[in-house]
Design a protein around this ligand. Structure first.
Ligand code: GRG
Length: 297
């Protein structure tokens, strides 16, 4: 990672943390337990990969950074909600997330359920409350795009498919279908919402960015499967080896480690190609992609 990219990453992470810290209800605001749990689940942890993608896409199209911050925060809130619910006993049943006890362990199951619900609605409150583009109809499309990405035809649908796949043998296309929805849809929304803060993009530019985002979304998941198989719980800050333990089909279980690594690199290459026509302006998105592929946690 170059010093310039490290500085940029740090400044984006500070920007998103400061914004979320200010916009999450205060811990002493009633109902205190719920607000504490919301802040616990969002602040002070996570790589903030989705906001980094929103900021990089925003930079590519010279969008206003204040507007991109709101879009990035909305996507991160949906992500945080999904982690809280995913960790519940009725889903992945995990006790460790971002190096600390999961929300339902630190608080309780009912609070964790309400925390996820409230983070999700806060995301849409943010997206709807201020002007994020110069064209109101595009802002409506952004709100619809995030709803679609998070719902039954996106992340929640992918999660349902995932729960149903435990103990089954999936083909590669079926695994891809699951991850395009479960993980890819929100990553795609992160890129597209950042870019759409500039309302003057044409259809060709939007479709190239969308193709970039689809490749990165899948690459993210392939690397996630590799890390689950190869890294330790201490490095990941979440329980390692859960996929094999739960008999879950993954890129590693279907392809093996070295072919899964090759697939991640191919997807990185395809993602980069989709940015070719943007020239130098695509540098940040390429750097964030590289960060996603080479990450160790
Ligand atoms: C509960 C509706 C619902 C959906 C859950 C995304 C998801 C669906 C579950 C998360 C479980 C999981 C480990 C998925 C694999 C990919 C993924 C989203 C990993 C976590 O994302 P990171 O690495 O996490 O960006 P940090 O903590 O860095 O933000």
């Amino acid at each position: 990672m170059t010093a310039d990219f490290q500085n940029w990453t740090n400044s984006c992470q500070v920007r998103i943390e400061t914004f979320l810290e200010a916009r999450l209800p205060a811990a002493d605001c009633v109902p205190e337990r719920l607000h504490k749990a919301m802040r616990y689940s969002v602040l002070g942890g996570g790589k903030r990969v989705r906001p980094l993608l929103s900021f990089a896409a925003g930079e590519l199209v010279l969008a206003d950074v204040e507007r991109v911050t709101v879009a990035a925060a909305a996507v991160e809130l949906i992500h945080a909600y999904s982690l809280v619910h995913d960790d519940l006993p009725c889903m992945d049943d995990d006790i460790l997330r971002r190096g600390k006890p999961t929300c339902h362990i630190e608080f309780d199951e009912a609070t964790a359920l309400l925390t996820g619900d409230s983070l999700q609605t806060l995301a849409f409150e943010l997206l709807a409350e201020k002007c994020l583009t110069d064209a109101p109809e595009i802002q409506l499309q952004m709100i619809a795009q995030l709803a679609l990405a998070a719902g039954s035809r996106g992340m929640a649908g992918g999660q349902a498919f995932d729960l149903d796949s435990v103990g089954k043998t999936l083909s590669l296309p079926e695994l891809e279908f699951m991850h395009i929805h479960k993980t890819g849809a929100l990553i795609r929304a992160a890129v597209m919402l950042g870019a759409r803060c500039n309302s003057r993009l044409d259809d060709d530019q939007l479709s190239k960015l969308d193709h970039f985002a689809k490749c990165v979304g899948l690459a993210f998941q392939v690397v996630d499967d590799l890390l689950d198989a190869e890294a330790t719980t201490a490095t990941l800050g979440k329980t390692a080896g859960k996929d094999a333990e739960n008999n879950k089909p993954t890129y590693v279980s279907i392809l093996g480690v070295s072919q899964a690594r090759e697939l991640a690199e191919k997807l990185q290459h395809d993602a980069g190609q989709a940015l070719d026509s943007f020239g130098e302006a695509g540098l940040r998105l390429r750097q964030v992609t590289d960060f996603i592929i080479k990450r160790k946690f």
